[in-house]
Design a protein around this ligand. Structure first.
Ligand code: ATP
Ligand code: MG
Length: 353
């Protein structure tokens, strides 16, 4: 069984919106109890750090009240410059020995004072050869974690676990798609201001990278080129042709969209090339895209063209039972890709980090 009696609520505080998700175990498997999204004003969260506490607090409180989440345990996530994920090689040892020595070992891999971070380790391959083992080291800045935790507490939640966006997407993917044996897949989460890349072989992370770029680039371009507000630009981006009165404007939005998608794909491609150059010959067989900005029209096509592998938009609700009387399925499908992180967070329980 995945859950104890008290399943945690996933809370994803992104730079574009806050998402909450609550799952429960039912007779037919996991079902969706709550899912909701609240857009944030621009610049409330910048590079994974909260800039405007009032905005974030207010929006999260609204979500907690509207979805009756008060007093529930919550799983949060951090990402961006305050998080360091590294695959390192250490002499073979037990998990206990590793836990005892990791603060000392980690110091050389982390560009921050070791006292300022929370460190977590996971043995990826206990026998990587020549008496060495592969370990995944994750460190996150305490002050950033504390900000997220205090916002959640203030909103009436009981934060229990702090995860990392990248690994939340990985958990979401495992539930819905599973990892094909002996294959390497790339999970790419394209948000408003961050792209999280996670390249996985046999369910084990080979490479991760966060790129500080995302769909907000297109919003800014539309604002600048068409001289419209943030809200109007967002509307143009997401509403499709019906929200745009003139076809000249529609064409211009499309043109800017193609250009920004090309910029994002160039960055993704650079990371993939770096992975290829440093890995032991693993070939990526497929790219799975999550995140709101993965819905940009040209993105999937451009990834396929440039990386020469098939790409697909994920559906985080694929293996989750949804009551059509409670949820607007059409609306849910439309925004589904943006739920990649929050569904992964809702799957977590226990105190892993
Ligand atoms: N249909 C769509 N077409 C194009 N862009 C879209 C669409 N739907 C959402 N977006 C864009 O996706 C972005 C939001 O994605 P997401 O919710 O994954 O970001 P976030 O988690 O809030 O941000 P972060 O990057 O900080 O994680 C916004 O830039 C939004 O405009
Ligand atoms: Mg996000």
């Amino acid at each position: 069984m995945l859950f104890g009696k008290k399943s945690a609520v996933g809370v994803d505080i992104g730079s574009h919106s806050i998402k909450v998700c609550h799952l429960n175990e039912g007779g037919k498997g996991l079902y969706l109890k709550r899912f909701d999204v609240a857009p944030l004003p621009p610049d409330s969260v910048v590079d994974g750090a909260v800039m405007n506490f009032t905005h974030v607090q207010e929006k999260l409180k609204e979500l907690v009240v509207a979805n009756k989440l008060k007093g529930k345990p919550a799983t949060l996530a951090v990402s961006g410059h305050s998080v360091i994920i590294k695959k390192i090689s250490l002499p073979e040892m037990s998990q206990q020995e590793l836990d005892a020595s990791i603060m000392w070992e980690a110091e050389q891999y982390i560009p921050f004072d070791i006292k300022e971070v929370n460190v977590d380790v996971q043995i990826l391959d206990p026998k990587a050869g020549q008496g060495q083992m592969d370990v995944l080291l994750v460190a996150a800045k305490k002050d950033v974690i504390n900000d997220y935790v205090s916002i959640a507490v203030d909103a009436g939640l009981e934060p229990a676990v702090v995860d990392v966006d990248t690994f939340a997407v990985q958990n979401m993917f495992e539930l819905n798609y599973g990892f094909p044996p002996n294959e390497t897949v790339a999970l790419v989460n394209v948000g408003a201001s961050m792209i999280n890349i996670n390249i996985i072989t046999n369910g084990i992370t080979q490479f991760t990278r966060d790129i500080s770029m995302g769909g907000a680039l297109l919003t800014e371009e539309i604002q600048r080129q068409l001289n419209v507000s943030y809200e109007e630009a967002e509307h143009y981006k997401t509403g499709g042709s019906e929200s745009i009165s003139s076809s000249a404007v529609f064409k211009e939005v499309q043109r800017l969209g193609d250009r920004v998608a090309a910029t994002l794909v160039t960055e993704i491609q650079r990371s993939v090339e770096f992975f290829k150059a440093t890995s032991s010959g693993e070939e990526i067989s497929k790219v799975f895209l999550a995140g709101g900005a993965a819905q940009m029209a040209a993105l999937v096509r451009l990834i396929e063209q440039r990386l020469e592998v098939p790409a697909e938009l994920v559906n985080p609700f694929k293996n989750i039972v949804i009551d059509t009387k409670k949820f607007d399925i059409a609306l849910l499908q439309k925004i589904a890709s943006a739920a990649g992180v929050v569904v992964g967070l809702a799957l977590r329980r226990g105190a892993d980090k």
